[in-house]
Design a protein around this ligand. Sequence first.
Ligand code: ZN
Length: 290
Amino acid sequence: MTAPVMLGMKLPDVDVWSERVTVALGQNPSLFTGPGTNTYLIGTGPERILLDPGQGVPGYLPVLERAMQRAGVSRIQEIVLTHGHPDHIGGVRAVRERFGKLRVSKFPWPEADAEYEDLELTLLDDGAVARTEGATLRGVHTPGHAPDHLCFVLEEEQALFSGDNVLGVGTTVIPSQNGDLGQYLDSLARLLALAPRRIYPAHGPLIEDGVAKLREYIAHRHERERQILAALRRGPALVMEIVKIVYAAYPEALHPAAAQSTSQHLRKLEREGRVRASDPDALAARWTRT
Ligand SMILES: [Zn+2]
């Protein structure tokens, strides 16, 4: 899930981004997924890892089959997930119906995983490795957007599959439920320390300079925080009042999503003792600088 982005960005349904990375577009474009979820065939051999099989829309399987043909893939080795949001895990059942009972691996999130007991999930920890011919994926636990979020380093390229943590288009939503902006910023710092060359995001085009994009993402959040604190200088305010100031340039239809991110910023500032809320409900509270 991305922050709402302009519809209309078009990506090819199938594309080869490196000798190890073929992308099949998930066919689920929306305000929140941009051009759709990027689903990746990874490796160099006839059997490859499928990372994030998308949302489960009917148009996806023919696209995946074309991608397999184009890359010379005869079999999917296994499915690996960056996290359990529906536009990433939702396509697993259809892929298993078509290609057999493939192993499905992800970082544990017991509350959310309970819905997918039939998949008999294999649980991946921080540092876990998935291997196939020509590719080694190393999981990096990067919570914040979702508690179970894993990015994967593609060791052979010093590249990063960033899931929803870093996107080729727009910015990441930090959901008010189960999201955590403080953790997200820690995750971005952890990814920056890995100094990735390329980033293969879950939504939007390939990112050629991973380090520059990570720096841009971190700077963007700091700028938002500065803007929110500046808005509160005018006096106590509700989240939606802050949104109207900080996101004045954005269409009002996007303000509810902006309110989630703003609430997350305020929660982080509250933990740091820099603001306080008049009510435990972030949206109902008047926020004041301390
Ligand atoms: Zn997500």
